[in-house]
Design a protein around this ligand. Sequence first.
Ligand SMILES: [Zn+2]
Length: 460
Amino acid sequence: MHSITEGPVAALAAAVSAVLDDDFTPLCDDDIAEAMRIVERVNRRLAAVSTRLIVQATERAMPRRAGCTSTASYLQDVLRLSRSDATGRVTAAKKLGTWHDVGGHPIPVDLPATSTAQQSGDISPEHARKIAAVMHDVPAGIPRALRDDAEKILAECAKEGTPEDVQKAGERLLTYLDPDGKLTDDRDRARRRAFRIGPQGPDLMSPVSGCIDPTARALLDALLAKQAKPGMNNPDDPNPADPADAATKDVRTAAQRNHDALKRICEIALESGESGTHRGLPVTAIITMTLEQLEEAAGVATTATGGRIPVPDALKMAEKTRPWLAIFDHAGRPLHLGRTSRLASGEQRLVLIPFDRGCTKPRCDKPPSLCAVHHPEEWADDGKTDIENETFVCDGCHALITKTETGWKTIKAGNDHEFPGRTLWIAPKHIDPEQKPRINHCHHPEELLDQANESADDDP
Ligand SMILES: [Zn+2]
């Protein structure tokens, strides 16, 4: 047994400090090149160390005990990593790490040759990611031994070439393993099905990508055949008098026609009423705007699913699909929320959607559509506000609120708080020894901007 302050990890930190203090100027070119190779190799081996630490932390249930819903979110909290970086490292640990079953026995490594190559510093985390991506696409019908051989070949290729070389070799290998796609079966298709909607950009546009299965394709094709025809659903010619004429005048690209058709198909689905209810509200777009925005028909409104939509577009949508429109007065309070009256459950959600705008746990970005209504314990002071004692919490965060020592506490901010009516979260002592009540500004970016402006104004 050694303590972390005198073990090999401490020695590693000391060695890096010594290298940082070292003067490279007297070295010749060959020495600099050799130093770069050595540092790169060490760096790659450190990625393998990081993998081992992630396995340890996960097997000890450290993320769960810290109140995190996943190892990736734990790494985000502890190491301040981006989400993609944290997810990438956890995925690497799953594929390259040595895990243990309930009895404590080691489970065979998923990509053993790749794991060994990384531990010896021969390949980088990016090489390993490319290998994992190729192996993910190996059809389920390929015999186990052949699959293992393929991984060995890719690991060897990674030792000699760049990650791009691995990708190219992987493509050739996949064609060789399954030249006419016959081995690709339902299991593979089920594994690869995906429809991703990326984050909304500053221009409010969202990228989509993915891979749809043959049935989804057939259904979509049938609908697009009609709705994406030239002349159909053309926003520049919404009510054509003569369909044949409208088709000749249609200058949209096929991709633009598909896009407009998809919009129409969603409208039809919402109008049909077939979608039922979700958490007590009819499935429809729920849009929030202020009275000012409504009057001026300008600005950007928000939806219950966390999206942003220009107010004129939202109003146009309201004419057609009748979404719920929640309107707020100039002070940001719901116009129809009474001081004493109890609201029906659906109406409570309607009020919370624009007020909380999503899960209230600090830094959680889950939109209202993924949240349940929670009743915080008590007010932070005596002054009550007219926002009822209710708040949004997503299911993952809800599980963290307990009366035990390791649970989170929630209280409402009183009238004399900077943000009256908002929900304050207090972390358990092992996460925040100070027990400072915190607010989630994630859904209210304007608050952070206001704070930044105020502190800028304070400067002389
Ligand atoms: Zn949450």
